[in-house]
Design a protein around this ligand. Structure first.
Ligand code: GDP
Length: 508
């Protein structure tokens, strides 16, 4: 029997403290040491600094895509979601590869825009959420206000698991509501250094609040949490070491083990014998001169063994996975074995694409990895018109990686690329230059958004397409797409062609 797995992500708005919390989780989990304590050995160090270099060059996070650590016999796979203000499909797809999430909220700010968007993605798949209200070492909003906001905005039952005794200047510790034990700050830094106290004397107003809260909020129900209906809420300060240990314990105790994965012809159960997994992310690797890529596969069932042959659904030939990579917080290791919930990196030259299912069993296809309607569309104009072929190759590659989406209009020769956030445009231009030696400009597009179109009645679809050819394109897989000038136009057209479905996401 493999050790239990907890595969999770942290979702938050920028600045809420995700990076700080990640570091502290890895530290408590024994995966990293205090700054300066790390002593890399020869080859490892070299490998690591290579990864770091790419990270710098690309301005994206390669090293921290997956961080695995073990604590008290439980294996934790923490999947990083990019921490930019902008987010891409990458972020969404990462959330399809986790079994649960930790939502970090800034105590002074409450639920912010991006937290909410990411939460909505979690909700689509009933991903259970543990909430961490961070930064209580600073002045924050009243605890009840925060709890009610979480409950109202996210439409979830909330259950406080701990309670801050004061915030900011009056902060005196975090009370664990289940054990009635308080963790106290120490020293000038007011950090948690291990001092706890049972049944502490609380300030009268705090004691009263807690009494009210325990009467007023749902009590913890593991079933409701796992169904995505209730979120346990922990308070703390990642910076001052209040909370990380409690979160790890909560993940170990309550968070779901690898869940069945929606698939055709039938959901894939984690205890099935056959190995099945899916690629949720593809990352260009190492040397920009080479087209090496790492496909990140989440294992859904079976015991993966090194050298195993797996068939990517849809494109035929089995591939032998000889050097699967496991991602420890500070090391890469070749994996001899991996279990459901684990993430392995598969080096390849572009054969593996985001959304691919890899299985020992023919014909399985994991579903539910969405493509999202882009929110920004741009026309790509070549600086050197002789480079059309290179551009097409680059756009196809980058859309396989999920950096962009590409649309080939039915009429006209200007290809249109779509992204969910501005940052992706910058990444696109710099990678076109650096890796494909293609200089390009992005120009305003006459279109503003895109919808995948389909209809159960082929005649209805054909009629629509015949009448709207100038607004039609194909995505990289040849699926028909309607390009619209505005979301309003989508609504207008959708009303007129009621037999046609206009989808803002497309499942791969
Ligand atoms: P991210 O953008 O969500 O990854 O946030 P970071 O972890 O980078 O934190 C953003 C800022 O908030 C940094 O300056 C952190 O030092 C600070 N920060 C993070 N956690 C805490 C906390 O618990 N208390 C306080 N006072 N500051 C914090």
């Amino acid at each position: 029997m493999p050790s239990p797995r907890r595969t999770f992500a942290i979702i938050s708005h920028p600045d809420a403290g995700k990076t700080t919390l990640t570091e502290k989780l890895l530290y408590v989990g024994g995966a990293i040491h205090l700054a300066g304590e790390v002593k890399a050995r020869g080859a490892n160090r070299r490998a690591r600094s290579d990864w770091m270099k790419i990270e710098q060059q690309r301005g994206i996070s390669v090293t921290s895509s997956v961080m695995t650590f073990e604590k008290d016999g439980v294996f934790f796979n923490l999947l990083d979601t990019p921490g930019h203000e902008d987010f891409s499909e990458d972020t969404y797809r990462t959330l399809t590869a986790v079994d649960s999430a930790v939502m970090v909220i800034d105590a002074a700010r409450g639920i912010e825009a991006q937290t909410r968007k990411l939460f909505e993605v979690c909700r689509l798949r009933n991903v259970p959420i543990i909430t961490f209200v961070n930064k209580v070492d600073r002045e924050g909003r009243p605890v009840f206000e925060l709890l009610d906001e979480i409950a109202d905005v996210l439409a979830l039952d909330v259950c406080p698991m701990s309670w801050p005794v004061g915030m900011g200047g009056t902060f005196e510790g975090i009370l664990d509501l289940a054990t009635n034990r308080i963790s106290r700050p120490d020293g000038d830094s007011r950090t948690f250094q291990g001092r706890t106290e049972d049944a502490p004397q609380l300030p009268a107003d705090v004691a009263e609040e807690i009494e009210l809260a325990q009467a007023g909020y749902a009590s913890f129900d593991a079933e409701a949490y796992r169904a995505g209906d209730l979120t346990p809420v922990y308070f703390g300060s990642a910076l001052k070491d209040f909370g990380p240990a409690e979160l790890i314990a909560a993940l170990a105790e309550f968070a779901p083990p690898p869940r069945p994965q929606p698939a055709e012809p039938a959901p894939v159960q984690p205890d099935e014998k056959d190995v099945t997994g899916f690629v949720f992310k593809v990352q260009a690797n190492m040397d920009p001169q080479h087209r090496d890529r790492i496909a990140f596969m989440r294992l859904c069932s079976g015991t993966f063994k090194r050298g195993m042959k797996l068939t990517p659904t849809g494109h035929g030939k089995p591939i032998a996975v000889h050097s699967p990579i496991l991602f420890f917080a500070q090391d890469r290791e070749i994996a001899d074995e991996a279990f459901p919930g684990d993430i392995i990196g598969i080096p390849n030259h572009g054969t593996l694409r985001v959304g691919d299912t890899l299985s020992e069993k023919p014909g399985v296809r994991i579903t539910g990895l969405p493509n999202f309607a882009p929110e920004i569309l741009r026309r790509v104009a070549l600086k050197d018109p002789t480079k059309t072929k290179q551009l097409r190759k680059a756009l196809d590659d980058l859309s396989e990686e999920g950096v962009i989406q590409v649309f080939y209009p039915e009429i006209g020769s200007n290809w249109i690329i779509g992204v969910v956030g501005q940052l992706q445009l910058d990444v696109l231009l710099s990678r076109l230059e650096a890796e494909y030696k293609v200089g390009a400009n992005l120009e305003a597009s006459p279109f503003d958004t895109a919808r995948w179109i389909s209809a159960s009645d082929p005649a209805a679809l054909k009629e629509f397409m015949d009448l709207n050819r100038s607004a039609l394109a194909k995505d990289r897989d040849g699926n028909p797409v309607f390009l619209a000038k505005s979301a309003w136009e989508v609504g207008y057209i959708a009303d007129r062609y009621s037999k046609v479905t206009f989808a803002a996401t497309r499942e791969r």
